[in-house]
Design a protein around this ligand. Sequence first.
Ligand SMILES: NC(=O)c1ccc[n+]([C@@H]2O[C@H](COP(=O)([O-])OP(=O)(O)OC[C@H]3O[C@@H](n4cnc5c(N)ncnc54)[C@H](O)[C@@H]3O)[C@@H](O)[C@H]2O)c1
Length: 345
Amino acid sequence: MGKILRVGVIGCGAIAQRRHLPEYQARNDVEIVAVCDFSEERAQLVKEKFGAKYAITKTEELLALNEIDAVSICTPNQFHASVSIQAMKAGKHVLCEKPMATMIEEAREMVKTAEENRVFLMVGHNQRFMPVHIRAKQILQQGALGKVLTFSTTFGHSGPENWSVDGAKSWFFNKDQAFVGAMGDLGIHKADLIAWLIDDPIAEVTALYGTLHKEIPIDDNAIFLLKSKGGSIGTLTASWTYYPNEVNSTVLHCEKGTMKIGTDPQYGIVVEYADGKIEHIETEKMQSNEEGGQTNSGVIDHFVEGILSGKGHEINGMEGLRALEVILAGMEAAASSQIRQLHIG
Ligand SMILES: NC(=O)c1ccc[n+]([C@@H]2O[C@H](COP(=O)([O-])OP(=O)(O)OC[C@H]3O[C@@H](n4cnc5c(N)ncnc54)[C@H](O)[C@@H]3O)[C@@H](O)[C@H]2O)c1
C-alpha cells in the first residue's frame, strides 16, 4: 500500500457533495477523515454518505485533528481566506473553492502563508482541467490558427437557487457572505480559463454589471472587456439569468481562423480555418452545473497527486489570485466607469 492522504472537508453543501467528496472517495489513496458544517444534521448526513470518521460543526475542531493532512474549503466565499489561513497555519494543505478571497490582500496573505508553512494551496478553478479546454489549448499551441486576436467567453445559468443546498435562501444571495454575484461566481472561472487558454495574462479590465432580474443585493449579470498583456482583446460574460439552459462557451478569433468551444451540440470544439476547412473535434462534454458527460473535475486528482508526489505544480494559489484580481478590477471599474490597469509580473 502506497501513501494515503487523510482529508477533511469544511462546508458540506452542493460542491462538497457533488465534486469534492465523491472525487476523494473514488481514489484509493485518500481517506475522508472528517466533514464539517454549521448544520449538524447536514454534517451527519454527509459523514454517513461518504464514510467519514467524524462529523464536526466547528472548523477549529476539524483543524485541530492531527490525523488530517489536507482540507477542502467549500464554505461561502466570506470564510475562504480566514479558514484557509487557519488551516495552513495548522500545517494542512488547502484546496479552497473560488473565489479564493474577497479582497486581494487576503489572497496575498494566503499565498504567503502557504509558502511560510510549506504547504500546497490550490484554488478550485476547474475549467482548465476540462478535457475540451486542454484539447483547445493544444490546438492553439500547435500554431495553425496563429495568434488569438479577439475572444468572447461566456458562463451563464439560471442562478444558484437551482444549485445551492439552501436553494433560494442561499448565502449566494447574501452580500456579506458572497460579496459578489454572477461576476465572482461564474465570471471568475472564465477569468482563469481565458488567461490560461491563450497563455497570456489579463492586463486591462473594464466592466459593466447589474441586477437585472432577481431581487438580490448583488449582480445577476456582468460583462467585462479584457485586454491581455500580449494585446488580445475580448469579452467575458457572466450571468445568473440564462433561462432555461446554461451557456458555457468560448470563441477565439485568430489570425488564421476561429475556434469555437462549447457552442456545438455534438462536438466540443469546431475549428474553422480561414481557407474554408472545418474540423469537428469530439471531446468529453464539459462538466457544468447541469449534468454533463465529464464525471471528474480533475481538480481533486491534481491536488491529491501534487501532494502525494510532493511535486504539485500550479498549486501555489497564484492562479486563483490572478483570476480574483481580474474580478476585483472589474468591480472597481464598473463602480467608477473607469479602465483599471493591473500590475503583472
Ligand atoms: N468550482 C466550482 O465549479 C464551484 C461550483 C459551485 C460552487 N463553488 C464554490 O463552492 C463554495 C460553496 O458553494 P456551494 O455551492 O457548495 O454552496 P451551498 O450553499 O450548497 O453549501 C454551503 C455549505 O456551507 C455550510 N457553511 C456555511 N458557513 C460555514 C462555515 N463557516 N463552516 C462550515 N460550513 C459552513 C452551509 O451550511 C452549507 O452546507 C462557494 O465558494 C462557491 O463559490 C464552486
